[in-house]
Design a protein around this ligand. Structure first.
Ligand code: GDP
Ligand code: ZN
Length: 482
């Protein structure tokens, strides 16, 4: 077991809130907490997984008086700092598998910092980002894929993303990977035994059996890899362009989408462009709306952005929502735009929205079908942006477009992590080499090289074959206090 020092960090957001939680983990966690805690009994006497009421105090004689000044009540030698609830968790049934203490205190930044400094003065060390989870990994409670899912869960942007990270956290992906590694190891061991001990292990006819096994594994890898595109829609959201003629209702649609859950709408600087992206949640999904920085401004940004930008955003988009005003007859210009969707090959990922269905409809789905007979009729939907009607249908249509049945029912594992995707690709390449080798009649001992390579690549996902510095790098991207 990994033996570390004792670390402490604020686990909740560093802002003024009702409650803040400070976490302490390591061999001296309970002793260090005890030296700043006054309750009915000492934490060292508490049973594991129980919570105790008391106060955080500073014994100036002991700590040299770091909390001189405002906000604390001086009672002679001992200063009351906060009223708290302290939980004690004894190793090994804890998040880190070490002794773990959580102090629930008042959530003011100053109080949190004061208690934290007090703990440092009593022997704890500031935790690095992700260090608690790293200890859970080093102590074998979770593997790397599970550790990474913790961060995915924290950053999840949609219901589907939450479900998928929970699956991964519970070990669904790890289990699949371990199963494949076991099979590889079995073949490697068999070949090596046969080479060592030809009398008891027979390699005659073995290559057909191996080919069969390798083909199965390769198909399984392929399925996981195929899910990584869906995984990126889950993780990052679906890059969406809303286009259409002036007055069709694009801005109204944006506002209806954003207005459904304003708290979730955030501006994040686009990574590849200089413009802002707007994230909105629609049903189970997260959409990243392109070039809609003005969504909360009254002025109309889409028209300002101009035709060239609209063309560009359609090119980049995973999804195009083409908004039409159904209270107006179909005009030549509409037909031209519809045909352009088709001629650019965008139809596969387009949805035609007949907006303003609260008014008398002049434009019908049939008319659109006449212009675009090849369009799947499920892709034409009627909505009212103004009344926010039909948005649920829009959500389910998009979900059907981007996620297969299994994913929606949560039966299939989705790869959401670029590191995992890369390892899976390398693993598959190694298996391709094994198959080539079998075809060329290469002797078995050479095949084990590529089998071993595949085994190690898969081990990168669960962390078994990950170098320490790479593991450190992954954890360094974690949140503070996690
Ligand atoms: P844009 O130019 O495509 O962004 O269209 P806007 O969202 O600015 O809408 C143009 C006009 O149509 C505005 O007066 C909206 O209030 C109106 N509008 C948009 N959606 C609807 C709708 O669903 N029903 C009705 N009756 N009017 C709508
Ligand atoms: Zn507009």
């Amino acid at each position: 077991m990994f033996q570390g020092d004792t670390i402490a960090a604020v686990a909740t957001a560093m802002s003024n809130a009702g409650i803040g939680i400070i976490r302490i983990s390591g061999p001296d966690a309970i002793a260090i907490a005890d030296s700043v805690f006054r309750g009915k009994k000492a934490l060292a006497e508490m049973e594991s997984h129980t919570i105790s009421y008391g106060h955080i105090v500073e014994d100036k004689g002991k700590t040299g008086g770091i909390s001189e000044g405002e906000g604390t009540k001086d009672t002679g030698q001992v200063c009351l700092i906060d009223e708290v609830l302290v939980s004690v968790f004894r190793a090994p049934r804890t998040y880190t598998r070490e002794d773990l203490v959580e102090i629930n205190c008042h959530g003011g930044i100053l109080i949190l910092q004061k208690i934290l400094r007090l703990l440092f003065s009593c022997g704890a060390r500031p935790a690095e980002p992700g260090e608690f989870t790293k200890r859970a990994f080093l102590n074998g409670r979770i593997d790397m894929a599970q550790a990474e899912s913790v961060m995915d869960l924290i950053h999840a942007q949609s219901e589907l993303a939450i479900r998928n990270s929970m699956e991964q956290l519970s070990g669904a992906l790890s289990c699949r990977i371990r199963d494949m590694r076991e099979k590889l190891l079995y073949e490697i061991a068999f070949i090596e035994s046969a080479l060592d001990d030809p009398e008891h292990y027979d390699l005659d006819g073995y290559s057909d059996k191996l080919r069969n096994q390798v083909e199965n594994l390769s198909a399984a890898l392929e399925r996981l890899l195929a899910s990584s595109k869906e995984g990126s829609y889950l993780r990052d959201g679906i890059l969406t362009a809303i286009v259409g003629r002036p007055n069709a209702g694009k801005s109204s649609l944006l506002n209806a989408l954003a207005g459904r859950d304003r708290a979730i709408v955030t501006d994040i600087p686009g990574t590849t462009r200089d413009t802002l992206e707007e994230r909105v949640r629609l049903g189970n999904l997260a959409l990243r709306l392109i070039d809609t920085a003005g969504i909360r401004e009254s002025e109309d940004r889409i028209e300002q952005i101009g035709v060239e930008k609209a063309r560009k955003s359609m090119e980049e988009a995973d999804l195009i929502i083409f908004v039409m005003d159904a209270s107006l007859p179909l005009e030549n210009e509409d037909c031209k735009m519809l045909n352009q969707l088709s001629s650019h090959g965008y139809l596969e990922h387009s949805i035609i929205l007949l907006n303003k269905m609260d008014l008398t409809s002049i434009l019908s789905a049939e008319q659109i079908q006449q212009v675009l007979p090849q369009l799947n009729p499920d892709r034409i939907l009627s909505v009212s942006a103004r009344r926010e009607e039909g948005l649920d249908l829009l959500a389910s249509a998009i979900e059907r477009m981007f996620f297969t049945g299994q994913v929606r029912e949560n039966q299939e594992i989705l790869i959401t992590n670029a590191r995992h995707t890369y390892a899976l690709q390398e693993a598959r390449k190694a298996l391709d080499l094994v198959l080539e080798g079998i075809d060329q009649g290469i002797t078995e001992d050479f095949l084990t090289v590529d089998l071993m390579n595949c085994y190690e690549q898969l081990g990168l996902i669960t962390g078994e074959t990950l170098e320490d510095d790479l593991a450190d790098e992954i954890f360094s991207k974690f949140c503070m206090g996690k």
